[in-house]
Design a protein around this ligand. Structure first.
Ligand code: PXG
Length: 435
């Protein structure tokens, strides 16, 4: 391990292995990263599901430069600056109708914890302080802070960290290769997985349950597309039992499915919706929680203290992030990126499923500009096969993302068809080369 790499404790990385064999990028533009020796690497992951407009989008870069010169920082605690109000309003118009009350955070993890706290605060404001139970889903990912970690359902993320939130229950995940392998778009089977909510209600009582939080399409765990009618069913059950529905749209927001948000794509409206990543094209860290007006009104209306919600971050609504966010919305509008993603989705689907006969492939999943390819794990060494594919693809000039033995794709929405072909050819070649 080279000594000069030791100081930086890298996130979600096998530090020892990485530092023994590091991969670095030093520059990025459009669809490509560039390594120190000038080699282009096509970004099939949009950074980490976040660089929707492509790298170095000129309007965004320019807006950040200007904002840094105009107003480097101002607190939003009992003071304001215009960009935060302007961005919240513009974002409100981009969000599903009626969800235009926006709380700013700095990441997806903070958005998840903020949404969970707002859900509880809502019931507190409504005179139901016992409605506190938070329901997540197996294999769900809602970041790494204690709330989102507790509600999330990825076991290794929890192992080392002791007791989490106690007031939590989990729905089953919807992954069902036996019935749904190689589904194009939404799988046909599994809407009934939502019925597990009835059992949780029967066990705990609806008067104890605050909210259900799910990713509309589960990303981190390896691209699990919701079965047809599953989200509609979940919404109906939440309505029936007076439970809030929170969509974690940290990866599905901002055009990923060919609609502004997954809520629009599926025609299912949550009560709270979390965002991060592409909200600023990831050029400045930012997250946000969109709230239905009723929630905002209830909490403000019921408060008997001057501060209605005792929550916020020093850099909530940071001027540089708001400037980047506004420029991101402008870029989406000018380049018609949401429509572009919708137009490309059928080509993307064909391309992904053309890998069906490649070695080791046991399932392929897709929706919008998301793809997941599940590999058969090697006997005794799960995850190694996918990791080998990742390294080989990087060496051949394509950046993919692997999680477990699943390859996840989420390219920038500016991708061209020839670049989709390049991704598929490179992955096919890599799968043919590894054992
Ligand atoms: N919710 C969802 C749905 C996410 O995908 C977060 C919350 C947390 O966001 P922050 O900004 O706190 O990281 C995420 C993050 C992967 C991968 O490989 C995905 C994420 C993070 C790291 C890896 O798919 N998503």
């Amino acid at each position: 391990m080279s000594a000069h790499l030791d100081a930086y404790w890298m996130p979600f990385t096998p530090n020892r292995a990485f530092k023994a064999d590091p991969r670095m990028v030093v520059r990025a533009e459009g669809m490509n990263y560039f390594t120190g020796d000038g080699r282009a690497v096509l970004d099939a992951t949009a950074g980490l599901w976040c660089v929707a407009c492509g790298h170095g989008a000129p309007r965004i870069v320019e807006a950040i430069r200007k904002a840094a010169g105009d107003l480097d920082y101002a607190t939003n605690f009992n003071l304001g600056h215009p960009l935060a109000f302007e961005f919240a309003e513009r974002l409100g118009a981009f969000l599903p109708a009626g969800m235009d009350r926006v709380f700013f955070t700095n990441s997806g993890s903070e958005s998840a914890d903020t949404a969970l706290k707002i859900a509880r605060a809502y019931w507190f404001a409504r005179g139901k302080p016992k409605k506190t139970l938070l329901i997540g889903r197996e294999r769900g990912y809602h970041g790494v802070n204690f709330g989102g970690l507790s509600v999330g359902g990825i076991a290794p993320n929890k192992t080392a960290f002791g007791p989490l939130l106690a007031d939590v229950a989990h729905l089953p995940h919807t992954h069902d290769i036996a019935r749904n392998a190689f589904s194009r778009g939404q799988p046909a089977h599994g809407a009934e997985f939502a019925d597990a909510l009835e059992a949780i209600v029967a066990e705990h009582g609806a008067d104890k349950i605050a909210a259900v939080m799910v990713e509309p399409v589960a990303g981190s765990t390896g691209v699990l597309v919701p079965p047809q009618n599953y989200l509609q069913k979940l919404r109906a059950l939440c309505d029936k039992h007076d439970i809030l529905l929170i969509f974690d749209e940290v990866i599905t927001g901002f055009g990923r499915l060919g609609a502004n948000f997954a809520a629009d794509f599926f025609g299912v409206k949550p009560d709270l919706l979390t965002m991060a990543k592409a909200i600023t094209n990831a050029a400045v860290p930012m997250g946000a929680v969109a709230c239905a007006r009723e929630i905002y009104d209830a909490i403000l209306g019921a408060s008997d203290t001057p501060i209605e919600l005792f929550h916020g971050y020093t850099t909530s609504g940071h001027p540089l992030a708001c400037a980047a966010g506004l420029a991101t919305l402008d870029t989406f509008h000018d380049e018609r990126l949401v429509e572009r993603a919708a137009d490309l989705a059928p080509y993307w689907e064909e391309a992904m499923h053309s890998l069906r006969d490649a070695p080791h492939v046991i399932d392929i999943r897709n929706l919008g500009l998301i793809g997941g390819i599940e590999l058969e794990p090697r006997d005794g060494t799960p995850t190694k096969r996918a990791l080998d594919a990742f390294k080989l693809c990087f060496d051949k000039g394509v950046l993919i993302r692997v999680t477990g033995d699943i390859i996840a794709f989420s390219p920038p929405l500016i991708i061209e068809k020839t670049q989709i072909d390049q991704i598929v050819d490179t992955v096919r070649g890599a799968l043919g080369q590894i054992d």
